[in-house]
Design a protein around this ligand. Structure first.
Ligand SMILES: Cc1cc2nc3c(=O)[nH]c(=O)nc-3n(C[C@H](O)[C@H](O)[C@H](O)COP(=O)(O)OP(=O)(O)OC[C@H]3O[C@@H](n4cnc5c(N)ncnc54)[C@H](O)[C@@H]3O)c2cc1C
Length: 603
């Protein structure tokens, strides 16, 4: 096995990984970025709507308002110390991105333009604020290109199309990762003093999702198998507006520009669910409202979708009704939402300037993940013990800054703010840490697992299992869940795992770009993450943020202002699980300011 030695090894080249790479390298570390995708193909490039920062360019705004919205949006499960780091770091981070060359849209007087986004308000919920900085509806694309260029300038080492399949620990400290070079099928070891996981989310556990095919949660699953707990897995966000059946995302920016949700009676139904901010309530609230409308028979043509309407005549009618002065026309929509119009015209044959778009909620974002503290150090347990040399940032991590529900635009902020922190902290760590030797058997176990998958002669193709998993998760651990539905999913997943271990086969026996083999391995990751998601969901007997239990419809602050830590133990063949809910939510802002104390969330 070829061994590569670099001080800091970063798994993933999305926004979080590239930001970490840039800062680890600027702080003097020798850095390698290992990525299964070519960096600019990472999912960050699909982010459309914007990155939130209290710049106050168009409306009066302050970071403390942003922190308040983040805590409230997270249904009071967000750690408040982390929310403050995020909100304060956002302002500097956006200005820094601008200085790196990111082409943000401008106001007429040359400042960075900002738009409204769900749940973002000023003066502690007083009114919506324009906070989302954007480059048309391609903000993530621009962030990724800008960061990649800057990493190249900084001479970061890139190992593109290397898929990490295992983490190497020695005496409890991280010392490397094992990867498959996709072009050859060869195994490589990346030996480091510090490892940063920035490997993104796992929306592919569900059948309707906005996430790219590559979002299979590899990094989180690898960590879980090596004894690292997962935090708050029961909180997975369903974005209200995915294209019907396809799940492709229609950015919240459409509603930020004035678009409204309409049922089969032609009603703007969000007026009933969130009287003050209506269509721009937080995502969990809007997704539930859509489900409730469908359940009440108000889906379009009696089916399970509603309309998102951004036709200028509709938008202007509601602007006038609300006494707002602004008006839009077709040219504004074309200019502000070019990619959305393009998707709809291409994939749906629908022109949003003239027709409403059919939408339904789509699995979108993992609030939970690898637990870290605000220094991006990975935690080994609920008591906060740090795993030496191991860091995580971005969607795969749980800081926890998004709590039970992430606000739109806050993921991009999270990548930039905590990606940077992870890079800086890892660079500081490697300055004093000694090189540890690799264990003699490094990589052996995972090679054996790949051999098993390749040689299996079962009757089931991995895609059949994947489909069954995605459907049971969508039906049973979706927007609404109960003990009975979750238990059904847990049983299904057990059975699917059994078949994965005993009855699969793959067709491709080659070495070059064997996607058949890699997808089979990824399926194992998805099954592990789906299982801990369902177990964590069954354990939390309350409704909070994205976790809505029909059998426990109320939020229960007396018992549940705590994080879920789930550990996988036992063997890969017969895993067992342990849940620990002893870690309390950080309420440091509430201790000083009554406005941060948990209260009923109304929008
Ligand atoms: C369609 C869409 C629109 C969105 N719009 C917005 C928005 O407007 N604003 C906002 O704030 N958020 C938005 N989000 C969410 C946000 O884009 C993501 O949460 C964020 O980009 C994740 O970034 P990341 O760096 O953590 O991971 P990603 O960008 O997903 O990158 C993951 C990286 O990890 C690598 N990787 C994964 N597994 C392995 C492995 N086994 N080995 C090696 N490398 C691996 C991949 O190659 C990739 O480089 C959107 C998400 C989607 C899906």
């Amino acid at each position: 096995m070829q061994i590569h030695k670099h001080e800091v090894i970063i798994v993933g080249a999305g926004g979080a990984g590239l930001m970490a790479a840039l800062y680890a390298s600027k702080n003097g570390a020798d850095v390698a970025v290992v990525s299964k995708l070519y960096p600019t193909r990472s999912h960050t490039g699909a982010a459309q709507g914007g990155i939130g920062a209290a710049l106050g360019n168009l409306d009066e705004d302050q970071p403390i308002y942003h922190a308040y919205d983040t805590v409230k949006g997270g249904d009071y499960l967000a750690d408040q110390n982390a929310a403050l780091v995020l909100a304060e770091g956002a302002v500097e981070a956006v200005i820094e991105l601008e200085h790196m060359g990111l082409p943000f849209d401008r106001t007429p007087d040359g400042k960075i333009s900002q738009r409204r986004f769900g749940g973002h308000t000023r003066a502690f919920g007083k009114e919506l604020v324009r906070r989302a900085c954007h480059a048309a509806d391609r903000t993530g694309h621009m962030i990724l290109q800008t960061l990649y260029q800057n990493c190249i300038k900084q001479n970061v080492n890139f190992f593109d199309e290397f898929q990490v399949v295992d983490l190497i620990l020695r005496d409890g400290a991280a010392v490397g990762v094992v990867a498959v070079q996709l072009a050859t099928g060869d195994f490589h070891i990346f030996h480091g003093k510090a490892i940063i996981f920035a490997s993104g989310g796992w929306g592919r556990c569900w059948s309707v999702t906005s996430n790219a095919h590559s979002m299979t949660g590899d990094g989180a699953a690898i960590a879980l198998r090596r004894g690292i707990p997962m935090e708050d897995m029961e909180f997975f966000q369903f974005h209200p507006t995915g294209i019907y059946k396809m799940g492709i995302l229609i950015t919240e920016g459409v509603r930020g520009e004035g678009g409204v949700l309409i049922n089969n009676k032609g009603e703007r139904f969000m007026e009933r669910y969130a009287p003050s901010v209506k269509d721009l309530a937080s995502r969990d609230v809007v997704s539930r409202a859509i489900y409730d409308e469908i359940k009440a028979g108000n889906g379009i043509k009696g089916k399970d979708y509603v309309y998102l309407d951004v036709r200028p005549e509709t938008v202007n009618r509601y602007f006038a009704e609300e006494g707002r002065k602004e008006r839009i026309d077709a040219a504004t929509v074309e200019k502000k939402l070019p990619d959305i119009l393009d998707f709809c015209r291409t994939y749906l044959g629908i022109d949003p300037v003239r027709e409403p778009m059919p939408i339904q909620p789509t699995a979108h974002y993992a609030m939970g993940g690898i637990p870290t503290n605000v220094d991006a150090e990975v935690l080994a347990d609920a008591a906060g013990t740090v795993v030496r040399g191991l860091y995580a940032a971005g969607e795969t991590a749980c800081v926890s800054v998004h709590g039970a529900n992430r606000l739109g635009t806050n993921s991009l902020v999270d990548l930039i703010v905590f990606g940077r922190i992870s890079g800086i902290k890892a660079a500081q760590y490697v300055k004093t840490a000694e090189w540890q030797e690799l264990p003699a058997d490094a990589g052996k176990e995972i090679q054996a697992e790949f051999k098993r998958i390749r040689a299996s002669k079962g009757k089931t193709k991995p895609y059949e299992l994947r489909k069954a998993m995605q459907h049971t998760m969508m039906d049973n651990v979706g927007v609404y869940r109960t003990d009975a539905t979750i238990s059904k999913a847990i049983e299904d997943l057990k059975e699917l795992r059994h078949r994965f271990l005993t009855d699969i086969s793959i067709d491709d026996q080659g070495n070059r770009f064997n996607t058949d083999l890699m997808e089979a391995w990824e399926l194992g990751c998805l099954l592990d993450l789906a299982t801990v998601t369902a177990l964590s969901a069954r354990n939390r007997t309350e409704s909070r943020g994205a976790h809505s239990r029909d059998d426990y419809p109320q939020r229960d602050d007396a018992n549940w202002m705590v994080h879920t830590f789930i550990h996988q133990e036992g063997s890969a063949q017969e895993p067992s699980y342990r849940i620990d809910t002893s870690r309390k939510v950080d309420t440091s802002l509430a201790e000083k300011d009554e406005r941060f104390v948990a209260k009923k969330r109304v929008y």
